[in-house]
Design a protein around this ligand. Structure first.
Ligand code: F6R
Length: 612
């Protein structure tokens, strides 16, 4: 998704803006641009494609300036062209924008009637012209922006500069993330603090509806024209500075980081083989009252939720529903008293999940229904974490690869901790069962390390996929969501069409697809469903399908003609989905590399989907 970086300083900030944009590249974008205010002029460069193209143009033009805004654009309104790239200019005003201005067409019609000429197809350009126009009557830039914002419908974050205000950067947060990076004698903005980590670890997290004026030495925040205080938060110096290190891609690095990420995530909650007394305690939610769980999430995070449903119902007898947020938010679901709403999100900023959460909270308050909310999230400072009663952090460190890997497996670990915690409070699970599951959880990082040793075998199998057009993933029970996840990983980074199915559904349709050319990936841990799964494998083989089986070392499944087997270390069936994520991630990764796709930034996708 789009990224914003901006700053006001004494020194030239050209390089800071370019470096900031590079740190946002992982989010996905198709063009980039920058504008600096210098000697009463707006100096702008924009380029289609990667930030290095912009960097080259900026260097050739020798652009310098101590006030500026920059942007990576992920096209929503209008194609990825130079004219559509941000910043957009209207006379002395330059604007960068994340999000969507829904009523831009009517605003554009009004502005054209006033004589403003549009040079792009974007929704953003209206903001530049509106601010320009507002300055005809407003006493200063801040007031002009305050006049414009109420006219805009939608979700947006803005960075605005003006040639007559050479020491002033105005920023707006209204439904799209924006942080202020606090420096010494210089201040910055970004849509993601990661962009600013090389220059500061002190941040102000703006709230929805905030408008801020930054100068070199001051930061003022306003709501409805009135000054408000926003605390400065200092980030832990251990927040990883995300680099690829020895790995060829972030995705591979992140796959290999999983044992440690799981260890970190469970350590915060455990004391030996028991849950810590203070784990999820200091909040105003009484888990003993919870009668239902409703999980809301998108994409990979939704698959984590699907697995948790099995755990909630099987282990602690608590009814659990799971739904993708983009459907949930638009279908007026019944809100039931004493329901725990769980948002699962790597970023904590996904537009659909956030909207579903907000809408549920609003409707529950209107109807006086008692609900609790909890976010499982990888970003401590995200909107979802701030807006739910509880949060349970996945301590995976920044995930840069667009395809989610370590965030997913740490979500699973966190969900298991949550299930155990609620079960303990509700006394619906025996203490020794909790201890036994925790003992197995502690063992998972080691099993994952052993599974990562299978990388070379998986690489060899990947070679057989590289020319394929289609692929099926099959699993049963908690491996069904892993089949969905495997298919999602493969399609998003290798562009091979892939489908995940519950193996029991084969006969109800997908078996018709199976022929000599159809690879079928099977997830076969040692569990109650293994024998049934073996029958499904027979069904595929009988139709000429080629099997690629990730099987428990005790499963008895052996290599044979058109049946390739990678043995996975034995693991408690309950926790098997955490471990079986690894082979499907590695398979997708290697197939994508062999096909030469852009693994970390697959086409058309963005890391954090902050617009609908
Ligand atoms: C797939 C992937 C996406 C995200 C989805 C939700 O690999 O990464 O499907 O899982 O966009 O994002 P978050 O978890 O940030 O809400």
């Amino acid at each position: 998704m789009c990224g914003i970086v901006g700053g006001v300083a004494e020194r030239s900030i050209t390089n800071i803006l370019i470096e900031g944009l590079k740190r946002l590249e992982y989010r996905g974008y198709d063009s980039a641009g920058l504008a600096l205010i210098n000697a009463g002029q707006v100096l702008r460069q924009r380029r289609v494609g990667k930030v290095v193209n912009l960097e080259q143009a900026v260097n050739e033009a020798d652009l310098m300036g101590s006030l500026g805004i920059a942007h990576t654009r992920w096209a929503t309104h209008g194609k990825p062209t130079e004219d559509n790239a941000h910043p957009h200019i209207s006379g002395p005003v330059a604007v960068v924008h994340n999000g969507i201005i829904e009523n831009y067409q009517e605003l554009k019609d009004d502005l054209e009637a006033l004589g403003y000429v549009f040079t792009s197809q974007t929704d953003t350009e209206v903001v530049a012209h509106l601010v320009h126009d507002a300055l005809k009557s407003a006493p200063n830039l801040l007031k002009a922006v305050e006049q414009v914002v109420p006219q805009l419908k939608g979700a947006f974050a803005l960075g605005i500069v003006h040639t007559d205000y050479p020491d002033e950067l105005i920023t707006v947060r209204e439904g799209s993330p924006l942080v202020i990076g606090v420096g010494i004698g210089e201040n910055f903005i970004s849509s993601d603090q990661l962009a600013l980590l090389p220059i500061t670890n002190r941040f102000i997290y703006l709230e929805e509806g905030d408008i801020a004026r930054l100068t070199r030495d001051s930061i003022e925040v306003f709501v409805n024209g009135q000054p408000v205080e926003r605390p400065i938060k200092e980030l832990d110096a251990t927040v990883s500075n995300a680099s690829k290190g020895e790995y060829k891609h972030y995705m591979l690095k992140e796959i290999y980081e999983q044992p440690e990420a799981i260890q970190q995530t469970i350590s915060q909650a455990l004391n030996g083989n028991t849950l810590r007394d203070d784990f999820l305690k200091n909040a105003d939610v009484d888990f003993s009252q919870i009668q239902n769980v409703q999980i809301i999430a998108c994409g990979t995070s939704y698959h984590a939720g699907m697995i948790a449903k099995y755990w909630f119902e099987q282990l602690i007898n608590l009814p659990c529903q799971v739904e993708i947020a983009s459907e949930f938010r638009y279908r007026t679901p019944v809100i039931v008293n004493h329901t725990l709403y769980v948002c699962i999100s790597q970023s904590g900023e996904t537009a659909d999940t956030l909207a579903a959460l907000r809408d549920t909270q609003k409707r529950a308050a209107e109807k006086n229904i008692h609900i609790a909310t909890l976010t499982i999230c990888n970003v401590a400072t995200s909107s979802m974490v701030r807006e739910t009663h509880h949060s349970l952090l996945t301590l995976a460190g920044p995930e840069i690869g667009v395809a989610s890997t370590k965030a997913f497996t740490t979500q699973l670990a966190a969900l298991m901790l949550l299930v155990l915690k609620i079960g303990q409070v509700k006394q619906s699970i025996a203490a020794d069962e909790i201890s036994s599951i925790i003992a197995d959880l502690w063992h998972i990082p080691k099993v994952m390390l052993d599974t990562l040793q299978k990388d070379k075998e998986i690489l060899r199998l990947s070679d057989l996929f590289k020319e394929k057009q289609h692929c099926l993933f099959l699993g049963r029970g908690t491996e069904f969501p892993i089949a969905l996840e495997g298919a999602l990983k493969l399609k998003e980074i290798s562009y091979i069409h892939a489908e995940g199915y519950a193996a029991g559904e084969l006969k109800h349709g997908p078996l018709a697809l199976v022929d000599n050319d159809m690879p079928v990936v099977i997830l076969a841990p040692q569990d109650d469903m293994l024998d049934k799964l073996k029958s499904n494998m027979e069904e595929v083989q009988a139709r000429g399908g080629e099997l690629f089986v990730f099987a428990d070392e005790t499963s008895g499944i052996k290599e044979k003609d058109r049946q390739h087997v990678v043995l996975v270390p034995n693991v408690n069936a309950l926790l098997a989905p955490i471990v079986y994520s690894i082979p499907v991630q590695l398979l997708s990764y290697h197939v994508a590399v062999l096909r030469g796709t852009d693994v970390d930034q697959p086409r058309n996708l963005a890391k954090s989907v902050t617009v609908e």
